[in-house]
Design a protein around this ligand. Structure first.
Ligand SMILES: [Zn+2]
Length: 477
């Protein structure tokens, strides 16, 4: 009888355990690796965003795409423009001759390129899509995850069409005029360029024209006092796809003699205006000023630098205009007032016999007696009722379609920003705050934030000829 000895039994047993443990480790490892592999398959592909174009592709569009690979490596990226089942290449990661690819962050690239009619002549108007595909590596490069972004757009290549409906456009230098025209498609932006200054056009119905023609537009525009008489004037339009068009129309510009005046500055005047304006104008502190500047130096900074900052503030308020005409008929001039200074007078300032400054006066100075009620020249909405540098206590009223009026040097303000006012509503009392030597009203009319000659807006004949008649002629019969 042979009995297996205890030693060999133990050895056999140990061998089995080791093999079992190894098998379990191998199986668990395989399981972990497998689940890692499967989990990696669930992790997302790169994040793709198509920023441009928006809504439409036009004749001169461009595209802009960003791709973020997250914690993986971007392995491929392609962009195509697709129409009627045919796809045209926009870019690939490996070949960037068509597009400009920049590394925006450690994980994100931005691709910018042209998508013009010239580069893709086979594209046609109608539905069109941009498709971007990108892959990134996950699990140490063992797997790849792809994602696709698709943007459906409309291709429009025809430029908008402009045609002029009004005739006889006469513009006085520094003054305004109105043009009536048609724009197709009606959702295109349009207006008038005078040199490089743009004046927005509005639907004719917004100006009070009774018409069902949705292509009919009106635009107020001006040849500004600081522009040349021969600035080119043209209609301009741009559709949602970025296609642009221009059209000429007949007009005549008449020169206007701007007056020249010489204004002496006394120490008493400086003592009156300089401390008040500095104490009430935070913007003054942004102007360069030596610490030992005297009253004249401070005055010159007010008359130059602060005047410019105030003009910028006024210009910014132009955006706060109603898209309907809030006024009818001529504007009211301050009753019984004496005209002390006209529009666009070129002023030379004299101190102790020396010429110290030159500025252009961009309003009308009207004097009655002290502290008289200042009334709204026309109906509108108050867009400014506060101190405004050289203008002192100042009210600005918006009359819609880019037209505004300004009332300066008031002693008191009786309205608030946002108030609706009718013609002849009291805005405050006349005074001499800001850059004023005596009690008077400085009145200005503004078109798109630029000063235009107020006398035209006071003149019933001018209102009839230049504006009301043209609107009436384009009414529905
Ligand atoms: Zn003035």
């Amino acid at each position: 009888m042979a009995f297996p000895n205890g030693q060999s039994t133990t050895r056999l047993y140990n061998g089995l355990v080791i093999r079992l443990v190894v098998a379990v480790i191998v199986l668990v490892s395989l399981g972990v690796a497998g689940s890692l592999y499967i989990n990696a398959g669930n992790s997302p592909g790169p994040t793709i965003a198509i920023h441009q174009p928006i809504g439409f592709i036009g004749g001169t569009s461009h595209f802009e795409v960003s791709i973020d690979s997250g914690d993986g490596l971007l392995t491929s990226a392609t962009g195509t423009v697709e129409q009627n089942g045919i796809s045209h290449p926009l870019f690939t990661l490996s070949n960037s001759t068509q597009a400009n690819i920049t590394q925006e962050t450690e994980t994100r690239i931005r691709v910018i390129g042209d998508l013009t009619r010239e580069l893709y002549p086979e594209l046609a108007p109608g539905p069109i899509s941009i498709v971007v595909r990108a892959s990134r590596s996950v699990l140490f490069g063992l797997r790849e995850q792809e994602s696709t972004a698709r943007l459906d757009l409309e291709a429009r290549f025809d430029p908008p069409r402009l045609s002029v409906a009004s005739s006889f456009h006469y513009i006085n230098h520094g003054g305004a005029e109105l043009v009536v025209y048609h724009i197709r498609p009606p959702d295109a932006e349009s207006g008038v360029f005078v040199g490089d200054r743009f004046f927005q056009g509005y639907p004719a119905t917004a100006a009070g024209v009774d018409s069902t023609d949705e292509t009919l537009r009106v635009a107020l525009f001006a040849v500004l006092h600081d522009q040349e008489l021969n600035e080119p004037i043209r209609l301009y339009a741009r559709d949602a796809a970025g296609n642009e068009a221009e059209a000429n129309f007949d007009y005549r510009v008449f020169p206007k003699e701007f007056r020249r005046s010489r204004i002496p500055i006394s120490d008493g005047f400086l003592d009156k205006v300089v401390p008040e304006i500095i104490s009430r104008s935070n913007e003054f502190r942004t102007l360069p000023m030596p610490p030992d500047a005297g009253p004249l130096e401070k005055y010159l900074a007010i008359n130059g630098g602060l005047r410019r900052l105030n003009a910028e503030r006024i210009r910014a308020l132009a955006a706060d205009t109603a898209d309907t005409r809030l006024w009818t008929g001529p504007f009211r001039q301050l009753a019984n007032s004496q005209v002390e200074s006209g529009f666009a007078d070129h002023r030379t300032y004299i101190y102790e016999g020396r010429d110290v400054d030159q500025q252009v006066h961009l309003g009308f100075d009207l004097a009655v007696t002290a502290n008289v009620p200042i009334l709204a020249a026309q109906a509108g909405r108050v867009v400014w009722a506060d101190y405004l540098g050289i203008y002192g206590n100042c009210v600005i009223i918006d009359h819609g379609l880019g037209l505004q009026s300004l009332y300066a040097h008031l002693s008191t303000i009786g309205v608030q920003t946002g108030d609706t006012v009718g013609p002849d509503d009291e805005l405050g009392r006349s005074g001499m705050t800001g850059l004023a030597g005596g009690d008077h009203l400085h009145f200005a009319t503004l078109l798109n934030g630029w000063p235009v000659n107020p006398t035209e807006w006071w003149d019933p004949h001018w209102i009839e000829d230049r504006i009301t008649r043209k609107l009436r002629l384009n009414q529905a019969p």
